[in-house]
Ligand binder design. Structure first.
Ligand code: DX5
Ligand code: ZN
Length: 220
């Protein structure tokens, strides 16, 4: 389905008060919680694993959108599904047998997403597109929050959306990295309907609720 969904990423949240930060995001109208899993191999940073996903599962009813920035993610699909993930997104660059990996995600009862790094061609997802629920376009190089939006991502979003309309019209299109009030309307116009927002929600001056309200206002 294609409604506009705001997906706060907890990577830049205050991990000393994570439950409270997530409750504020939920009160602020977040539609989905985006959880950035990093292994220090596929990306140059380490974040968290199934334990934190399980902890988040206990404090919110919102869908959990788990972004696996890990090498050979098929090793951990069951663990993240058991931890409470609703969506499991794997990187096309990290999977040797992507069709099999997507099949495993679906067999676990999760929605399947496939992510593209900034330098990976849209063509890399043509063959898998009919089998997935979402394509994630990285608009920053993965590994960190609070980076600058890569401007060529707008055109890439439009090209992914065109491919989806051809091969899988109901497939969601998620954009991730460097999104704020200054560009959220543009990424939506470019075809994105699931909008990941990290530092524009969690480490700004305003409250989480105020930051989310400003993003929703700017998205119209
Ligand atoms: C980066 C992560 C993104 C990031 C978004 O590797 O996948 O989800 O946390 O944070 P901002 O919105 O601050 O770029
Ligand atoms: Zn992410």
């Amino acid at each position: 389905s294609r409604p506009i969904q705001i997906a706060p990423s907890i990577l830049t949240a205050d991990f000393g008060h994570l439950a409270d930060q997530i409750r504020q995001a939920e009160e602020g109208g977040a539609d989905v919680i985006h959880l950035d899993v990093m292994d220090g191999i596929f990306v140059p940073n380490i974040s968290f694993g199934p334990l934190v996903v399980r902890a988040v599962r206990e404090v919110t009813r919102l869908p959990l959108d788990v972004h696996l920035m890990i090498q050979d993610p098929e090793r951990y699909l069951a663990a993240f599904a058991e931890a409470g993930a609703d969506n499991l997104t794997v990187h096309v660059e990290a999977c040797t047998h992507l069709h099999r990996t997507v099949q495993q995600i679906t067999e676990l009862g999760c929605r399947a997403g496939v992510a593209l790094n900034p330098a990976t061609s849209v063509e890399a997802v043509r063959e898998i597109l009919p089998f997935v629920d979402m394509i994630l376009v990285m608009s920053v190089n993965p590994g960190f929050g609070a980076q600058r939006f890569i401007e060529t991502s707008m055109n890439k979003l439009q090209r992914v959306r065109r491919l989806q309309e051809e091969l899988n019209p109901l497939c969601a299109l998620e954009v991730d990295g460097g999104i704020g009030t200054h560009n959220i309307a543009d990424v939506i116009r470019s075809g994105a309907n699931v909008i990941v927002v990290g530092s524009s929600v969690f480490n700004q001056e305003g409250s989480i609720q105020e930051n989310l309200a400003a993003l929703r206002q700017a998205s119209r």
